[in-house]
Design a protein around this ligand. Sequence first.
Ligand code: GLP
Length: 257
Amino acid sequence: MKIGIFPDDDSIGRAAADLVQELFTHHPQANLGLATGSSPLATYRHLIDRVSSGTLSFARGQAYTLDEYVGLEPDHPQRYRHVIYRDFLSRVDFPAQSVHTPNGNANDLGAAARNYDQSIAQAGGIDLQILGIGSDGHIGFNEPGESFSSRTHVGVLTDQTRQDNARFFGADIDAVPAYCITQGLGTIMEARRLVLVAQGRSKARAIRELVEGAVSARWPATIMQMHPDAWVLIDEEAASELELIDYYREVWEKSRA
Ligand code: GLP
């Protein structure tokens, strides 16, 4: 894995945006995987700025989101489809028909999950997947115990995740849905490049496990250790539990030289 440790959120966002821009410069029709949540907001700010200034365009690309709550009212502001439009998609130039999200309100959720997986495969796969990480080690909404080869599926959220996300639901854990639909770990691992961004002390344990822990279903993100092109871009606080932090800094600096 490539591990970049940065002084602040803005420099994480710039580094992640550089990877996205490099992709679209060489491959304007690329498929970009998007994550919802607070972690990628700085990345999205940098991408929005670059699209606004004309140095980057997604006009020929496709966007695929990772996950969605199940059962929220169609107009609920916390539906991830609405959140990603608010935070990013409404301010860049992906054509509306090129944006794809899992349907958490389908009558047949199993079929919706299978169809979503197939649509990614038919499009040729995700070229670059942006990821956040949950404090319990989830990526997408793949909670502890999830199969490493899972496809897009309906899942059950942990109490930890519902507690973490209650801040978006008026601090009421009971208002946070118990179910989700998410790209599986097998689906995510097929993306050609993974770029995970994380900030803050609350992510430090999960980052330690991701980078230095044993590959284990207890910490689903550890499967990224098996990916040939995975980037982990974090701040000092998220990196604070890494045993070999000085070594990772040295490798990063030498690889940029
Ligand atoms: C959420 C989402 C993930 C996100 C993660 C971290 O529950 N399902 O896609 O990456 O947990 O969220 P945040 O970036 O807000 O800390």
